[in-house]
Design a protein around this ligand. Structure first.
Ligand SMILES: [Zn+2]
Ligand SMILES: [Zn+2]
Length: 391
C-alpha cells in the first residue's frame, strides 16, 4: 500500500461503532471499495445508540449500511455480507487493505485477529467501554520483526470470558450489547477512521502495528501504548503463504484438489502417508448420527458449530444428522479419507470458493486458496452485489 493509493476496506459489524464509521468511510476519498459484514438486523432498540433511522428497523444491518453508502457515493464499489463473520470463507478477506473490526464479542475478535494475521491483512479493532467513557482503537499486522497480535495482550480472564459467553460451545455469534451511547460509538468511529487515514497516508504519527489508542471521552484525554509479542501467547503467529488452486468446487473432486498438493509434496520427498488435511476456520467431521432414525452415517463434511451442520440421512426422510464428537477433527490424516469421499466434489464435502485448505506433513505446510479462474481479480465484485451466493 503506497501513500495516495485508493484502498479496499471491509467493515465487520454495523452496530454502535460500525453504523457511525460506515458513513464516514463513504465520505472518504481514499476508499475504492467498501464491504460490510453483519449477520444481524436493526431493531427498535438500536435507534438510540446507532446511526440509523426508523426505516432501517427490521432490515439486515449489512444491506442497510451499504444502501446508505450508495446514497452518498453511488460510484463506490460496495459489497454486503449479511452472514456471521465466522462463516465468511477466509479467502474473501484476501485483497482488502484493511479490515475494521467494530464487534464486541471476544470470540469474534479472536476469530478476526487470527484469520487476518494468517492472511497478512491489516486489522484495526475498535471498542467502547461505556462505564469508564473510554474508546479504543488497536492496530494488528504481522511485521517482519514480530509484532503483537490481539491475543498477546490477553490474560487468563479473557479466555475464561470466552467460555462463559458460549456455554454450549457455540461460535459466539450473539454479540453482547455494548450499552454504548451514540456519542461514544461516534467517537470510537471517528478515531477508527482517523487511524485508517494515518495508515493510508503513512503519516509519522500513525498508530503502528501492535499499538493501541485509548481516548477518555469525558475530559478529552488520550494515550497510545504499544504491546509487544508475548512468548506465552496462545496464538502461534504463523502467516500463511497462499497458493491459488484454480478449480470449480461443484465439479472438481477432493482427490483432484489433493493431487495438486501431492505433486508438490512428492517432489519435496515428504512422506505422504503422514499428510493431514486442514480447513481454515472449519473442522472436518467424518461420522454423524441421524436424529431421526439414530443410524450412523459415515461421510466427510466440513463443519462449523455456527453453521447448520446437518448432513442428509440416506436412511430416512430426516436431514438432521449431527457430527459425533470424537469424529470432528481439526486435522484429518489423508490416509483416513475414504475413497468414496475422495471422489466427491469439493462443494459436496463443504469446501467452496474462497475457502483455504492446507496439507500438512510434520512442520511442512502448503496452503491453497480455492478460486475459480474468472474470480482471480480481487476487484471482481460488482457494485451492490450481496452475499446470497455465500454459503
Ligand atoms: Zn500473540
Ligand atoms: Zn435417518
Amino acid at each position: 500500500m503506497q501513500a495516495g493509493d485508493k484502498i479496499k476496506v471491509c467493515v465487520v459489524g454495523a452496530g454502535n461503532i460500525g453504523s457511525h464509521a460506515i458513513p464516514l468511510l463513504a465520505r472518504h476519498p481514499g476508499i475504492a471499495r467498501l464491504a460490510v459484514i453483519d449477520f444481524d438486523h436493526y431493531e427498535e432498540k438500536n435507534i438510540v445508540g446507532q446511526a440509523i433511522n426508523r426505516r432501517a428497523i427490521g432490515v439486515p444491518k449489512a444491506l442497510e449500511a451499504v444502501a446508505r453508502v450508495a446514497e452518498v457515493r453511488p460510484d463506490l464499489d460496495t459489497e454486503s455480507l449479511p452472514v456471521p463473520v465466522e462463516l465468511v470463507p477466509p479467502g474473501r478477506f484476501v485483497g482488502f487493505d484493511v479490515v475494521l473490526g467494530c464487534v464486541d464479542s471476544l470470540a469474534t475478535r479472536r476469530h478476526l485477529g487470527e484469520t487476518l494475521w494468517r492472511l497478512g491483512v491489516r486489522y484495526l479493532d475498535a471498542g467502547v467501554r461505556p462505564d469508564a467513557m473510554l474508546v479504543r482503537v488497536s492496530h494488528f499486522h504481522p511485521e517482519p520483526d514480530g509484532g503483537a497480535c490481539l491475543q498477546c495482550s490477553w490474560a487468563e480472564a479473557n479466555y475464561r470470558a470466552l467460555e462463559q459467553r458460549n456455554p454450549c460451545g457455540g461460535a459466539g455469534l450473539r454479540t453482547a450489547p455494548t450499552g454504548g451511547t451514540a456519542a461514544l460509538g461516534a467517537l470510537a468511529a471517528a478515531h477508527l477512521v482517523i487511524a485508517l487515514d494515518q495508515i493510508v497516508a503513512d503519516a509519522p504519527g500513525r498508530l503502528p502495528p501492535g499499538a493501541e489508542l485509548v481516548a477518555e471521552a469525558t475530559y478529552g484525554r488520550g494515550y497510545v501504548s504499544r504491546n509487544i509479542r508475548q512468548p506465552g501467547c496462545r496464538f502461534d503467529h504463523r502467516r500463511f503463504d497462499l497458493d491459488t488452486l484454480d478449480v470449480v468446487p461443484g465439479v472438481t473432486t477432493l482427490a483432484e484438489a489433493l493431487e495438486t498438493a501431492r505433486g508438490r509434496l512428492d517432489r519435496s520427498g515428504a512422506a505422504l502417508g503422514e499428510a493431514q488435511l486442514v480447513l481454515m476456520g472449519k473442522a472436518l467431521a467424518t461420522r454423524w448420527t441421524c436424529a431421526g432414525c439414530g443410524r450412523l452415517i459415515e461421510r466427510l463434511q466440513a463443519w462449523h458449530p455456527a453453521a447448520d451442520g446437518s448432513v442428509p440421512c440416506p436412511h430416512c426422510e430426516y436431514h438432521t444428522a449431527r457430527p459425533i464428537g470424537f469424529h470432528i477433527r481439526d486435522a484429518l490424516p489423508l490416509s483416513e479419507i475414504e475413497t468414496s469421499d475422495l471422489n466427491r466434489t469439493l462443494a459436496d464435502v463443504g469446501i467452496f470458493e474462497d475457502d483455504i485448505f492446507s496439507v500438512r506433513i510434520r512442520a511442512r505446510e502448503l496452503h491453497y486458496h480455492v478460486r475459480t479462474a474468472e474470480h482471480r481479480d480481487p476487484s471482481r465484485v460488482a457494485p451492490g452485489r450481496t452475499a446470497s451466493s455465500c454459503p
